[in-house]
Ligand binder design. Structure first.
Ligand code: FPP
Length: 240
């Protein structure tokens, strides 16, 4: 995030951006296979794209972005692919923690983090601690995250508390306590589903699907998606 070179396209209204953008990064494997590369090269390219797109989001002035990096279902993948993803996350955090701090960007992880390898949780805790007071932007990573598990975990906590809860009380028990709901969710690669991502929080999110594989999704694609968001009428159940 060193040089602010994000081109702003004319049709984008910078005063009407989503406050919280969430991204389901899909298509890394297909991106690699199409190029005759191993799947992990797709994740590596996907990881590099997190860096580029975060810079674009930062330059546009969006306050919060959440990337879905590893789901509770991704444990079904071969061990070397899983290890490769974890290595990428760990190296990324170690490499960029100073830069995030310098740019006043808070980094947060949510999901069942305690079940991840220790060196990975250590890298996550380091960057979370280092950037906890940063104010300009927040970047969240959902890792070992599943929407259903999150809801079930909250329900079990509520039962233990033996007290009827209202929405605010229940939301306090989710991983995302203190985070606003995502206004806009982008999923790359052409799949049109939400795959257990932020099930509770996405109740009124605007959804956007693009065929582009995540490693190829660029600043232009991002702004195209945001222009589409700006054409939506958000009614939240109301009539206008
Ligand atoms: C989905 O593509 C992608 C993932 C399951 C992993 C995403 C992880 C990263 C980009 C690395 C994370 C790095 C950081 C810094 C958080 P897929 O493998 O399901 O693609 P396919 O559907 O084409 O097989």
């Amino acid at each position: 995030m060193n040089n602010s070179s994000t081109k702003i396209y004319r049709k984008l209204d910078l005063s009407r951006l989503p406050k919280h953008l969430a991204i389901i990064m899909d298509g890394n494997g297909r991106w690699a296979t199409k190029r005759g590369l191993p799947r992990n090269m797709g994740h590596k390219a996907g990881c590099e794209n997190i860096k580029r797109i975060t810079q674009n989001i930062y330059d546009l002035g969006i306050e919060m972005v959440t990337f879905f990096a590893f789901s509770t279902e991704n444990w079904k993948r071969p061990k070397d692919e899983i290890d490769g993803i974890f290595n990428l996350i760990r190296d990324y955090m170690n490499e960029y923690k100073d830069e995030y701090l310098e740019k006043d960007v808070k980094v947060m992880f949510f999901g069942e983090l305690k079940d991840l390898p220790q060196d990975l949780t250590k890298a996550m805790e380091d960057i979370m601690e280092k950037t906890k007071n940063c104010k300009k932007m927040t970047v969240n990573f959902a890792v070992n995250y599943g929407g259903r598990s999150e809801i079930l975990r909250a329900v079990n906590k509520a039962i233990k508390g033996r007290k009827e809860l209202d929405f605010n009380g229940f939301e306090e028990l989710l991983y995302t306590r203190n985070l606003p709901d995502p206004d806009f969710v982008i999923r790359t690669s052409g799949e049109m589903r939400i795959s257990n991502f932020m099930l509770y929080q996405m109740a009124y999110s605007e959804l956007y699907f693009t065929k582009t594989y995540w490693p190829s999704f660029n600043n232009k694609d991002l702004q195209h998606a945001l222009i589409n968001f700006q054409k939506r009428k958000r009614r939240f159940g109301n009539i206008k």
